[in-house]
Design a protein around this ligand. Structure first.
Ligand code: C2E
Ligand code: MG
Ligand code: MG
Ligand code: MG
Length: 279
């Protein structure tokens, strides 16, 4: 034991390392249980058509409450789920659950689900999408998948082929968080997207920073010339909404339009629970 203690002193980071690994394992265990036992929820955030001002769809955002650690952000647990080989099962649930809700909504509405790089690399995605719309009797064009630029760079040729097949079946594809990742105009040139979601950092700074404004304005123009729907994320104020209208954005999303809410209707409660912190 004295020997072991000596080794601990020799490696001062060891304890912190083990602690981090233990925490991570706790999350992995929790994710396993959640996949099996229904511990996930979807929150839905409205997307408004700017010309009409009407809600045209909702983005489904995954929510997970760890039994001990409380709410954990998808930005934290999705990468862990990918590492642990759980993302296909989680992704399947997200797609199925989003479609189950969509089936009860007005037919003019669509639902968007986020798809990570690992999901896009797997053969299962196409099956999950097809199964979900068939089971719920939905037209494929009412389901949109959101991918980030990071998902495109891993194996561009393979991903391009996959996206093409998904799109041929009628599903819509959005490029998420545009402008922040490994942005490349070649993505817009080589791949067919239905929608560009311009990252909220541009909207946030546009009013005070002429350079952000210039990039935002130019991206909207570029999108329009490509025949793609331009969509601004992170619209938090009426001023930002007015700005999006002025530069000709097609769609807007953000706290000013509506927060992500978990429908509790399944539990017999006809109200919604807010999932993001108040601004
Ligand atoms: P995202 O797809 O870009 O989602 C938008 C994020 O911004 C959401 O955070 C949303 O709650 C937040 N948001 C919406 N409006 C505003 C606003 O006006 N201001 C600010 N400050 N934030 C706003 P969330 O739900 O924490 O999701 C974070 C990321 O996690 C998502 O980014 C997406 O990449 C990923 N994600 C969420 N759900 C899923 C899922 O089911 N599957 C996968 N693979 N990834 C998911
Ligand atoms: Mg998204
Ligand atoms: Mg986004
Ligand atoms: Mg994001």
């Amino acid at each position: 034991d004295a020997k072991r203690a000596g080794r601990r002193r020799a490696h001062p980071y060891e304890h912190a390392m083990t602690e981090a690994l233990r925490k991570r394992q706790e999350i992995v265990d929790g994710l396993h249980d959640a996949v099996k036992g229904g511990g996930f929820r979807l929150a839905f955030q409205p997307i408004a058509d700017l010309a009409s001002g009407i809600t045209c769809g909702y983005e489904a955002l995954l929510r997970w409450q760890h039994p001990e650690r409380g709410w954990i952000s998808p930005e934290v647990f999705i990468p862990i789920a990918e590492d642990a080989g759980l993302i296909d099962d989680i992704g399947r649930w997200v797609i199925a659950e989003a479609c189950r809700h969509l089936a009860g909504w007005s037919p003019h509405l669509y639902v968007a689900v986020n798809v990570s790089a690992a999901q896009l690399a797997s053969d299962a995605l196409l099956d999950h999408l097809t199964q979900a719309v068939m089971t719920n009797g939905l037209a494929a064009e009412r389901l949109e998948i959101e991918i980030t630029e990071t998902a495109l760079i891993r194996d561009p040729a393979k991903v391009a082929g996959r996206l093409e097949r998904i799109r041929k079946l009628g599903f819509k594809i959005a490029l998420d968080d545009f402008g922040t990742g490994q942005s490349s105009l070649s993505h817009l040139r080589d791949l067919c997207f239905d929608r560009i979601k311009i990252d909220r950092s541009f909207v946030l700074r546009a009013a005070s920073d002429p350079r952000s404004m210039a990039v935002l304005r130019a991206t909207v123009r570029l999108g329009r010339e490509l025949g793609v729907i331009t969509h601004a994320e992170g619209v938090e104020t009426s001023e930002q909404l007015a700005l999006c209208r002025e530069i000709g954005c097609d769609a807007v999303q953000g706290y000013h339009i509506g927060r992500p809410l978990i429908p509790l209707i399944d539990m017999g409660m006809p109200y919604y629970v807010q999932t993001d912190r108040a601004a």
